[in-house]
Design a protein around this ligand. Structure first.
Ligand code: FES
Ligand code: FES
Length: 159
């Protein structure tokens, strides 16, 4: 089965094998390895990408379902080599440690800020509830999202 879709602003046409999942198309076919595979079953959020603006776990999405749709991965977030506001805030707040969760976190946070310009801390925690981080304790991540939305971080000041 052949599907056409758009990813990071570029049209793609790919012949799928049976049962191929979106995360495999992204990482193996298109070699966009910023999207990670952690659990492989929808529990960690490391594989989060945007499909038509919605944050989804790409390990759970059969690739044929994105036919005709628009996907954004972490590689498509920066504009002309300039970090997105969320990416830059993650750097400022030390919200990246081992980095394994980071691309998924940034995709979920970006989806939130696209529909909620001034999220509360509770809004952010809710939006990131499906993204697990084993390093940061989440404070720096929440502060980074508050900062990216122009609000005062509640915990650590940016370095
Ligand atoms: S790898 Fe997809 S949710 Fe963990
Ligand atoms: S920075 Fe290591 S898992 Fe989040």
């Amino acid at each position: 089965m052949r599907i056409d879709f758009r990813i990071n602003g570029i049209d793609q046409s790919i012949e799928l094998s049976n049962d191929e999942m979106l995360v495999n198309v992204i990482r193996e076919r298109l070699e966009l390895r910023g999207t990670k595979i952690g659990c492989g079953n929808g529990e960690c959020g490391a594989c989060t990408v945007l499909v038509d603006g919605d944050a989804v776990c790409s390990c759970l999405i059969p690739a044929h379902r994105v036919a005709g749709r628009s996907i954004t991965t972490i590689e498509g977030i920066a504009k002309e080599n300039e970090l997105s506001p969320v990416q830059a805030a993650f750097v400022r707040h030390g919200a990246v440690q081992c980095g394994f969760c980071t691309s998924g976190m940034i995709m979920s946070a970006s989806a939130l800020l696209a529909v909620n310009l001034k999220p509360t801390e509770a809004d952010i925690s809710h939006a990131l509830a499906g993204n697990i981080c084993r390093c940061t304790g989440y404070r720096q991540i929440i502060d980074a999202v508050l900062d990216a939305s122009g609000q005062t971080p509640l915990g650590h000041e940016p370095s």
